[in-house]
Write a protein that binds this ligand. Structure first.
Ligand SMILES: [Zn+2]
Length: 369
């Protein structure tokens, strides 16, 4: 039954208090069923309308009707009650408005436009390089970023005391000292361990590229980062020669940097290849002249050549570790190469600070969208 404001017979503070309590409890009950816009108007009018609203009735039935000696106290009680009723009515109206917003969808409103993402310049460069080798029939192999000493060093023919194992160069996981050396875990320092992991799984012939993150103990600066990206390649078959290596990489560099680039191989050393070489491409920024107009060309240090990767014929000692799976160095041969994706991306996009790639600044990254 709907609440009606009673006439008071007793105007004592206790009686007014009790009547006020009943009124507020009725207000609470009624506010629960306020849902539609029409409900809201009816509810508001019933309680607050100047003409005949419940607040006005309290004024007439309680305050005006009070005997003279009780008026002061009844007036105080009624004023307090009015303020309370007003705030409760407003709160009930606001609450039902919020509930309505939650449950209804205005399909005529424009949608929320989310910015379309883009490939990070390093991932884009990585995909381009991988794409060149995929076109040559290579498949993609991957492996863990946390590696054992065995896969990262030992099976790649690093001698036991090779300085690359030094913690100044490599990031070993904590509390590994009690394990045998070959089981000690570190963040892989190159993607080469995946060569061994793949040769353990697949028999020759094999043609793979291995993109991925690698880590070294290098403080970040314009050309170093403790985390960077490599792409490694491995081809194993019968009668693979250094001529195959040169032809493959020369083709890949022309596909990546333009058909005009020349390649040059200079002797080098890596534990897992023999012979080993560093490959240079003619500078695709200055065209090999070493100059840009009257200025020296910085990316090639005015030499006209840019060192781009390390490569070589797979050392027979490496094949010994996977001989059981068909990699007999007497019968097969292969070549391997590895390049730094970040450096190639810097050259391609003309950047001189490696850190820009990793700071996550959208203003920088948006340029590649
Ligand atoms: Zn140059």
């Amino acid at each position: 039954m709907a609440y009606t404001v009673p006439k008071l017979k007793d105007f004592s503070p206790e009686a007014v208090d009790k009547a006020a309590g009943e009124l507020l409890s009725a207000l609470g009950n009624e506010s629960v069923s306020v849902k539609s816009e029409a409900d809201k108007k009816t509810f508001r009018d019933r309680w607050l309308a100047r003409k005949d609203g419940i607040l006005t009735q309290i004024n007439d039935l309680w305050l005006k009707a009070a005997p003279k000696e009780a008026k002061r106290e009844v007036g105080q009680g009624v004023n307090k009650l009015k303020a309370e009723v007003e705030s409760k009515v407003e709160a009930a109206l606001a609450k039902s408005a919020a509930a309505e917003n939650e449950s209804s969808v205005d399909i005529s409103l424009p949608g929320i436009r989310r910015p379309i993402g883009a490939e990070h310049p390093i991932i884009r460069t990585q995909n381009e390089i991988v794409g060149v080798f995929k076109n040559l029939g290579y498949s993609v192999a991957e492996g863990p970023v946390i590696e054992t000493d065995y896969y990262n060093f030992e099976a790649l023919n690093f001698p036991p005391n090779h300085p690359a194992r030094d913690t100044q160069d490599s990031l070993f996981l904590a509390n590994q000292e009690s394990k045998p050396r070959r089981e000690q875990l570190l963040l892989r320092t190159h993607t080469s361990p995946v060569q061994i992991r793949t040769m353990e799984k697949l028999t020759p012939p094999l043609r793979i590229v291995i993109p991925g993150k690698v880590h070294r103990n290098d403080p970040p600066d314009a050309s170093h980062s403790p985390m960077f990206h490599q792409i490694e390649g491995l081809a194993v078959d019968t009668n693979i020669t250094f001529g195959d290596l040169k032809g493959t990489l020369d083709h890949a560099m022309k596909a990546l940097f333009g058909s005009n680039v020349k390649t040059s191989f200079r002797p080098s050393f890596f534990p897992f290849t023999e012979p080993s070489a560093e490959m240079f491409v003619s500078c695709f920024i200055c065209g090999g002249s070493g100059k840009r107009g009257a200025d020296p060309c910085r990316p090639c240090k005015q030499t006209g050549w840019i060192e781009i990767l390390g490569c070589g014929m797979v050392d027979p000692n490496v094949f010994e570790f996977v001989k059981h799976n068909g990699y007999d160095p007497e019968k097969i041969s292969g070549f391997a190469f590895g390049m730094g994706v970040d450096r190639i991306a810097m050259l391609k996009y003309g950047l001189d600070d490696l850190q820009l790639f990793f700071q996550g600044d959208v203003r920088f990254l948006q340029q590649f969208g």
